[in-house]
Design a protein around this ligand. Sequence first.
Ligand code: NDP
Length: 226
Amino acid sequence: MTNILITGTNRGIGLEMAKQALAKGWTVYGSAREEATGPDAHICEHPRFHDLRFDVTGHAALRQAAAGIDAPIDVLINNAGIIGPDRQSVLEMDFDGFAKTLGVNTLAPLAVSQAFLPHLRRSANPRILTVSSWMGSLSHAKSDRIAYRASKAAVNKVMQGLATDLAPMGIAVASLHPGWVRTDMGGAGADIAPVESAAGILKLAENLTLEGTGQFYNWDGSLLAW
Ligand code: NDP
């Protein structure tokens, strides 16, 4: 029996991961913001689905949600994310929007990981996977959507550090690119469907071991350059 916690399961890739994890027979702790609509009743009423309500940037609510769970977490997937403000070029930046983007995409995955660390430590095979983006890779000099890119580059560094510090506790940590996916964020013209991306991410989660910790993966399991 695998217990998985996924943030942002009311829509997009997170919702599809929740569906597929339930189909595998796993117990799913899925988080959504208090006011969010979804996931649909089909998921919410599933006996192995636990509908958690917190904003990933709300530290008190996060701690409260963690305190309400008395079970090991085997897999944590930090999935919730935002694309950032409309104005986010290097020469014309919405700084409040930039800060918000860092809050959701960079700080929250660390805060969620910290909040659920006691639950991960109760697992025999604990893993943390953070949904980052190829757009955060420092190997590309591209400058469009720089707030989003910077937030994903930063979360990669945070996860690399977490991998180092959690290895002695037996917890594997990875960042991953989910593909260019047809969601609200990815748009209708993206490369792959949520069903393909989610299947790839869950396979990565199943295969992640301490030997593969501290790496940046593509959704198909191949390694990406930081
Ligand atoms: P969507 O926009 O479809 O879904 C985003 C999810 O994150 C929603 O459930 C949303 O909830 C949740 N979320 C956003 N902000 C918060 C918050 N403050 N607290 C709690 N939940 C929040 O995006 P995708 O499914 O496409 O993206 C999922 C992840 O994949 C993101 O991290 C994204 O950066 C990454 N990614 C996506 C790509 C793509 O092509 N789609 C490409 C590369 C990376 P709500 O409904 O309440 O807003």
